[in-house]
Design a protein around this ligand. Structure first.
Ligand code: FAD
Length: 301
């Protein structure tokens, strides 16, 4: 396999992990098991999502606070501006700042009635992700990541409009973009070329979605405007009732995607973990990201 030619590969690659804030004690326990297993992989940072409209304001903040306090991993809070006034969003920013949160993933968010609905900017609110970046920067010199869309955002009329919005985010102070998940690496590469041609030079970190459940991921992909190639559907065909084989195939598929991106020169990866460790640990292991002890969490138990 390719590692024989790239023995130092793990030293060149940086990973980050995304979590969602748990709703119940049981989910909190599962998240914390996951964080404990992923921590030894020394991620560049982790991030915690935010319910559009502020539904997870308290839980997102509390989860990040716990990660910062108990692990020391740099942690970013996602923040959306849909359905809130500037004053309300600024109050959350100040609250998080007071908790010691210095990193944000700044997002517009989707309307409560779904991504398919036309977006109505909230009266007196930040109108889009770019304005939110500006609002954050006017409060403090935060580290700010934003979203990017290799297949363009479903509401963007064309790539030029989409990339213009990314440019505005960068002009307002964003220093990293994390992409929507995708399965076709050619689309990512073409997108990065377009972005560079538009004079945008920040890292465009690929968001990798391990396929924990093909049917769910395919549903989510159709809403997010992510193309699901026929070959991917074929790989998971007939595995809905066979979770073990499904997991092995998912690990192979994601490793293949990441290795191909490494060959194309990508060095940073953001994993949508769904608060689960297994697939992410396996993929990271394959690309040479391992705990210093060589044994990770419950796998050793
Ligand atoms: P924007 O960049 O503001 O807008 C999206 C696109 O719409 C733009 O590219 C632009 O082309 C078009 N557009 C916007 N305004 C205009 C305009 N006035 N005129 C013309 N075109 C316009 N959602 C959550 O609710 N919580 C999260 O924690 C969360 N985390 C995410 C993390 C990542 C890495 C990604 C990729 C997405 C995440 N999302 C999250 C989803 C995100 O909120 C949606 O994709 C949302 O629809 C767009 O957010 P944005 O910040 O990219 O929007």
């Amino acid at each position: 396999f390719r590692f024989s030619r790239q023995p130092d590969i793990g030293e060149r690659i940086r990973v980050s992990f995304e979590f969602f804030p748990p709703k119940t004690d049981e989910m909190e326990t599962r998240l914390w098991d996951t964080v404990t297993r992923l921590e030894p992989l020394r991620p560049n940072f982790v991030s915690v999502t935010y319910g559009a409209g502020g539904t997870t304001r308290e839980r997102t903040g509390r989860t990040i606070k716990r990660i910062l306090t108990e692990t020391g991993i740099p942690a970013a809070a996602h923040l959306t501006c849909v359905g809130a006034t500037r004053e309300e969003v600024d109050a959350v920013i100040r609250e998080y700042d007071a908790m010691g949160i210095r990193r944000f993933v700044a997002l517009r968010g989707d309307p409560a009635n779904g991504v398919g609905e036309a977006y109505q900017p909230y009266p007196g609110g930040y109108q889009n992700g770019a304005e939110l970046v500006g609002g954050l920067k006017s409060i403090a010199d935060f580290d700010i990541s934003v979203a990017a869309y290799p297949e363009k955002h479903p509401q963007s009329p064309d790539f030029a409009t989409d990339i213009e919005m990314l440019k505005r985010k960068v002009d307002n102070g964003a220093t990293r973009a994390i992409t929507q998940f995708f399965f076709d690496n050619d689309l990512y590469e073409r997108y990065v070329e377009r972005v560079r041609r538009a004079g945008i030079y920040i890292p465009i970190v690929p968001g990798i979605q391990p396929v924990h459940n093909f049917r769910q991921v395919a549903n989510f992909a159709s809403r997010a405007g992510t193309h699901v190639p026929a070959w991917l559907a074929e790989r998971f065909e007939g595995l809905a009732q066979d979770p073990q084989t499904h997991a092995l195939v998912a690990s192979a598929v994601a490793t293949e995607q990441v290795m191909d991106l490494v060959e194309r020169g990508v060095s940073d990866f953001h994993f949508y973990t769904m608060n689960r460790a297994d697939l992410v640990v396996a993929i990271c292991h394959m690309i040479g990201i391992r705990s210093p002890q060589g044994i990770v969490g419950s796998a050793a138990a």
